[in-house]
Design a protein around this ligand. Structure first.
Ligand SMILES: Cc1cc2nc3c(=O)[nH]c(=O)nc-3n(C[C@H](O)[C@H](O)[C@H](O)COP(=O)(O)OP(=O)(O)OC[C@H]3O[C@@H](n4cnc5c(N)ncnc54)[C@H](O)[C@@H]3O)c2cc1C
Length: 391
């Protein structure tokens, strides 16, 4: 595609806007937010004003109408600065808003998408339970129909944005226990009687500025008009949402990998030992070269998966899994190298590489652990039907 192609120009402009935002508004504060354990509400409003929350949503519902290849640049640039902020975006926009855009009725889209696009309402995606992580089919939260209302009972855990959400996408078992769960998706407007968000009760290794909650649903009434998609289609809906969210995770990992490289190069150029810059040692150059090569490869793979999503290619799920698997593992290796190259400086909590090293672990776990992505890719390659895959 030529540089004067309108799509290419839009991508460059959006990337520049996201990069400016990440450098000026996010990176300088990310360490303090990590220590405080929360993101400021003004940051979310700012992402709304810049069109990031609306990114891939249709313009008729207040969206920016960007394609996936454009939107992953936003994830990457914000991921370079702060994984908690990028994680917020991947859940709010990737898992919730895009899922409503894909599966919501016209009325549901009119009702919720403009507020999600602007940030007036915050979304969360509630799939995981204590007994149902990778094995989504083990979901125990029940949805019982009572006339035009559904009554939900159950518990969810590790739900990003769970304590600050105004709108929750909840997956529950709508058949009787016994046999594989038939899942149905619901949109819950919050606050709502029968809904309680509790702190996790643990200090997460990374993503410390994210809001993670345990959710308790007790006799939670949801009108049938807030059912998303058909009864029993919840599993397919959950997985299609994950294709969007996983692209955001993969792109965020590219951002972390680049941030690690930036820090390592800067240090290699300034730190002197044995009378020369440590960057003049070839062993250090080799580490930097590997970080660079892997980061470039990860970025190219994420862009390829994004283009597959834009073309509605049948390969999108396996390519997205490959991008998430490779980009997060490459970023983990980059974080490991960066901590080593920074010496004692990278080992203290005052330096960003220490945060990158902790944050990257989360990207390898959520939206399908990297074991699960190996399964998804492997099954596709040998022609087996997809297994249950995790959030
Ligand atoms: C920071 C963070 C944010 C999160 N946000 C959300 C959220 O917003 N919404 C939400 O619903 N969930 C969220 N989660 C939960 C996350 O999606 C789950 O933790 C994840 O799906 C894995 O489930 P589990 O932790 O129960 O691990 P388990 O499924 O118990 O897996 C344990 C280990 O066994 C391996 N394993 C399991 N099954 C297989 C298999 N078939 N083959 C090979 N290996 C296997 C796994 O890879 C893993 O290494 C979040 C988690 C974290 C850490």
């Amino acid at each position: 595609m030529a540089d004067d192609d309108p799509r290419r120009k839009l991508l460059a402009a959006v990337r520049a806007r996201a990069r400016d935002f990440a450098r000026a508004e996010v990176a300088p504060h990310a360490g303090a937010w990590d220590r405080a354990g929360a993101l400021p509400r003004a940051l979310i409003d700012c992402m709304g004003a810049l069109g990031f929350l609306a990114g891939p949503l249709p313009t008729r519902h207040g969206g920016s109408g960007w394609d996936n290849e454009t939107f992953v640049a936003v994830y990457e640039e914000i991921g370079w600065a702060c994984s908690s902020t990028r994680g917020f975006l991947a859940v709010h926009t990737g898992l919730v808003s895009q899922c409503l855009a894909d599966h919501g009725s016209a009325e549901q889209q009119r009702r919720w998408l403009p507020d999600l696009a602007s940030g007036a309402r915050i979304g969360c995606y509630a799939l995981t339970e204590e007994g149902a992580g990778s094995d989504v089919g083990a979901i125990a939260t029940r949805a019982r129909r009572r006339g035009d209302t559904w009554v939900l009972d159950g518990r969810k855990t590790w739900i990003t944005n769970g304590g600050i959400a105004d709108l929750a996408l909840v997956f529950a078992r709508s058949n009787e226990p016994g046999g594989r769960a038939e899942l149905t998706a619901f949109v819950v407007e919050l606050p709502s009687p029968g809904w309680r968000a509790e702190p996790l009760g643990v200090q997460p290794l990374g993503h410390r500025a994210s809001d993670h909650a345990r959710l308790v649903l007790e006799g939670l009434e949801v009108p049938d008009s807030q059912r998303l998609g058909e009864v029993g289609r919840g599993f397919a809906i959950a997985l299609s949402a994950l294709d969007h969210g996983r692209l955001g995770v993969a792109a965020g990992a590219v951002g972390i990998g680049r941030a690690c490289l930036d820090e390592a190069v800067a240090h290699a150029q300034s730190r002197r030992q044995f009378g020369q810059r440590i960057g003049d040692f070839q062993m250090v150059q080799a580490d930097l070269a590997e970080m660079y090569a892997e980061n470039e490869a990860a970025g190219a793979l994420v862009a390829r998966a994004a283009r597959a999503a834009d073309q509605a290619s049948s390969e999108v799920t396996r390519l997205t899994s490959a991008a998430k698997l490779f980009a997060t593992e490459a970023a983990q290796r980059a974080a490991d190298k960066a901590v080593l190259l920074l010496g004692n400086r990278g080992y203290g909590d005052g330096h960003p590489v220490e945060r990158y090293y902790r944050d990257i672990q989360g990207l390898r776990i959520y939206e399908g652990t990297n074991h699960i992505h190996r399964l998804i890719i492997g099954r596709a390659l040998v022609g087996r039907p997809p297994a249950a895959a995790a959030p």
